[in-house]
Design a protein around this ligand. Structure first.
Ligand code: GPP
Ligand code: MG
Length: 295
């Protein structure tokens, strides 16, 4: 496995501007560059070489908890992976239809699982950007190993300033990455990159304006991932301000709770399971899908 360069601070993008502009961005990059021994993601990805950095949706098959004790954990992990892949499938449903001649952007592409799924489904070129050089290298190795090096490419680039061509994208998605950035800046960049009528799909965790500010459980999630979860309202303000018009808003909260219940029973639980369950159950936090069109 490739390890990240020890000093990436000076790296510049094709834009000529530094990829990492702020101390906060450097801290986020360091978090993801050093998070290389994460069984909660690696053990799942090893099953079929789709490495995800997002959560799952749908009911789990309760039979995984029964049967021989020696293989129980293996069954739980395989089931968690199935639910995470199901989440990415739903995200891609909202991007469709996409022709093979189109281009897609995965903004905050992690280890690349959703991008590879998008290419397999639509047959089109997919570019991913991440501020973690470790993740970019990992994802490019996966893409090459699976024979997609020409079509699925990952770049060390900042999603707020990608350097990609204006109007070049038919679709863009963010799969649990928007909590790391200012949404107005992000959607300004997406508005520039999307062609007229292009589709943006977001899956995110956001806090509930109706119950008030950040709950304790939401703050614990922020602390755990070095992120800054936005209120639900902020998404719609930032989309509207950037010519991105929502067409679907789907509350996935009820659908993701079983994933967290199952994850809490697994050997790869990280300790963040109870804050997620508490935040979702008390209503201070939602798991939301938003699809919007560029006008
Ligand atoms: C990444 O998933 C999760 C986040 C970047 C941040 C928070 C997401 C919210 C919806 C609030 P991961 O797969 O890297 O996390 P883990 O290692 O815990 O599985
Ligand atoms: Mg994970």
């Amino acid at each position: 496995m490739t390890t990240a360069p020890t000093n990436s601070k000076a790296a510049t993008a094709p834009t000529g501007r530094p990829v990492l502009r702020t101390d906060y961005q450097k801290a986020v990059a360091t978090y993801w560059n050093t998070n290389q021994d994460d069984p909660v993601n690696l053990r799942l990805g090893e099953i079929d070489d789709l490495y995800h950095h997002h959560y799952g949706i749908g009911d789990y098959d309760a039979s995984v908890l029964e049967g021989p004790a020696e293989t129980r954990d293996e069954r739980i992990i395989a089931e968690m992976h199935r639910l995470e892949t199901a989440q990415a499938d739903v995200l891609l449903d909202y991007l469709a239809p996409v022709a093979p001649s189109c281009r897609l952007l995965d903004a905050g592409s992690g280890r690349g699982g959703t991008s590879i799924m998008a290419h397999r489904r639509f047959g089109c070129r997919v570019d991913g950007v991440s501020i973690s050089e470790y993740q970019v290298n990992f994802a490019n190795e996966q893409s090459a190993r699976q024979g997609h090096a020409d079509s699925v490419r990952f770049h060390f680039a900042n999603m707020l300033d990608t350097g990609l061509d204006s109007g070049s994208m038919r679709g863009i998605w963010t799969n649990e990455t928007t909590m790391y950035v200012d949404l107005f800046e992000l959607y300004g960049e997406f508005s520039r990159l999307l062609e007229y009528g292009g589709r943006y799909v977001c899956i995110t965790g956001c806090y509930n304006d109706v119950t008030g500010g950040r709950s304790k459980a939401v703050s614990q999630i922020d602390e755990h991932y070095t992120c800054n979860i936005h209120p639900r309202s902020q998404y719609f303000k930032a989309l509207t301000a950037n010519n991105l018009v929502p067409i679907n808003v789907v509350d996935l909260t009820e659908l993701t709770i079983p994933y967290w219940e199952l994850r809490a029973k697994s050997s790869v639980a990280t300790g963040i399971e109870q804050p997620f369950l508490k935040a979702y159950r008390e209503g201070s936090f939602h798991y939301l899908l938003i699809a919007a069109d560029r006008i």
